[in-house]
Design a protein around this ligand. Structure first.
Ligand SMILES: Cc1ncc(COP(=O)(O)O)c(C=O)c1O
Length: 491
């Protein structure tokens, strides 16, 4: 295919060239109706590029096939049979992917270290989740994705499961054996969905971890805005093989998706694909080199350790993403939360995820020696900033199986059941009616339907005292929990 073309960008250029006068949305009329103070900050380009697909970039019947063309080029670029652009982030794409494999009331194996958008999908879609627990790394207190043997056991126990959803890479850069899990799923003739939200860069260099489409997954979801170069909310589904029907996927996605997709998202996805086909390999090679440099310079600092290949072992990670720098700051006597806040307030440097042990920095093709130098000098400065502070709190971390909670009700039933807000001391033993999610990384500690334990409550309460952010619970202080009313509990 001719990858020098970019159908959405080309259609946008043609739209501007023709000078079309539009009487449909968007009402700002390509920026003419936007207040000058807004334009000063956002820039005119944002509005002049905000054009509907229908009767805008394409005609009423979409007969020019602008979007189809751009999606086919994307599929070709990353080795998929089909690619579908989505403009509501992977938060929506994972729900659509799950719905394409398991309808309401059907079983789906799901790695329990799933992002909250997956758990929301379980609730919205009415999926019956069969949790496959990740590998808990007690020393580092983080979870690595489940292994093929774990998936085999779950499929043997639930032969009626419709498929498996795997999350890789994790927020901390730990990666699954996608090929091994796909082989097990295919033995049972069910599809493997991979939530590769953090993996948009993976197709473009063979020294990066396995890209789902190359490792036999059936359906892969990516957030191109995370590790790639498209704007926020840009997500793509990739599909191959005959286990998931593309029409079913498209129609189920249509149930959830917007009818007013953003041309900015489509155009930036289109541009990213062309950029990567033409220069992806060299850009990724350069970024891998920069990350190696950063890793060794950070690792040489007293009090700092950077997670790396030592976690690749049976029962731990299958591989790691070299572009993710997971920086353990325990040796500085502060928490990752404090380190992230010090970096932002004192040095104007914003890290990715942070927890009580560590914080992470991700390098992308957009980084360069200067941004690597800033990263290293910031962490050096944190060593000074941390002196005499002491940790912001001591988090009561759960033990090895402490977060494998008993499921008493289906998540959807628990979420929609009559509920009450009870004091934390009374919540133990009750069935959660809400998601309780430390963010980032956004993996829920409690999902609706799980029986709340004392360990989970202590972890959340001490975590919040130390700086953990709980975004969406009814009581984000963790002083009380929303639980299923006693007379509504049923299995
Ligand atoms: C593993 C995983 N899946 C899905 C999502 C949702 O992606 P998005 O932010 O594109 O909606 C995230 C977001 O952080 C994630 O970490």
């Amino acid at each position: 295919m001719d990858h020098s073309r970019a159908p959405v960008l080309d259609a946008l250029a043609a739209f501007r060239h023709r000078g079309d006068v539009v009487y449909g949305p968007p009402g700002h009329r390509q920026g003419r109706g936007v207040d000058s103070r807004t334009l000063t900050i956002l820039g005119e380009g944002v509005f002049s590029s905000d054009v509907l697909m229908l009767n805008g970039l394409d005609d009423r019947r979409q007969s020019e096939g602008v979007l189809e063309d751009a999606q086919s080029l994307m599929a070709d670029a990353v080795g998929a049979e089909h690619a579908f652009f989505s403009t509501c982030g992977s938060s929506l794409s994972v729900k659509s992917a799950m719905l394409a494999v398991a309808g309401p009331g059907e079983k789906l194996l799901i790695s329990r270290n799933a992002h909250k958008s997956v758990i929301s999908g379980v609730i919205v879609n009415g999926t019956v989740p069969i949790w496959v627990h990740p590998k808990f790394d007690a020393g580092r207190h983080l979870a690595h994705p489940p292994e093929p043997a774990d998936v085999r056991r779950a499929l043997e126990a639930h032969p009626d499961a419709k498929g498996m959803l795997l999350i890789t890479p994790t927020d901390w850069g730990s990666c699954a054996d996608v090929r091994g899990v796909a082989a097990v799923c295919h033995e049972f003739d069910v599809p493997l969905i991979v939530d590769e939200a953090w993996g948009a860069h993976l197709p473009f260099h063979d020294q990066l971890p396995a890209w789902g489409m190359n490792a036999d997954a059936d359906l892969v979801v990516t957030s191109v805005h995370k590790m790639g170069g498209a704007i926020e909310q840009s997500s793509v589904f990739h599909l191959q093989g005959g286990r998931v029907d593309p029409t079913v996927l498209k129609q189920r996605e249509d149930l959830l998706g917007t009818t007013s997709a953003s041309s900015l998202v489509y155009a930036s996805l289109d541009g990213w694909r062309r950029h990567m086909v033409e220069h992806g390999h060299e850009l990724m090679a350069r970024t891998i080199g920069l990350a190696q440099d950063a890793r060794s310079r950070l690792g040489a600092l007293d009090g700092i350790s950077v997670m790396g290949a030592e976690v690749v072992d049976e029962g731990y990670a299958h591989e790691t993403d070299p572009l993710v720098l997971t920086i353990d700051v325990r040796g500085l006597g502060i928490t990752g939360y404090q380190a992230a806040e010090l970096a932002r307030t004192r040095h104007h440097v914003d890290f990715g995820a942070a927890d009580s042990f560590r914080l992470n920095a991700r390098l992308t093709h957009a980084d360069d020696q200067t941004s690597v130098d800033v990263l290293v000098s910031t962490v050096e400065a944190l060593r000074v900033d941390a002196r005499g502070l002491g940790p912001s709190g001591s988090v009561d971390l759960p033990d090895q199986h402490g977060l494998e909670l008993e499921t008493a009700m289906r998540p959807r039933d628990a979420f929609f059941a009559a509920a009450e807000q009870v004091d934390a001391s009374e919540a133990v033993g009750r069935v959660a009616a809400e998601l309780v999610t430390p963010y980032p990384p956004g993996v829920p500690v409690l999902t609706p339907g799980e029986v709340i334990t004392a360990q989970a409550v202590e972890y959340l309460q001490t975590g919040v005292k130390a700086g953990m952010l709980i975004a969406e619970s009814a009581d984000t202080t963790m002083g009380s929990f929303r639980v299923v009313a006693s007379d509504a509990v049923r299995s």
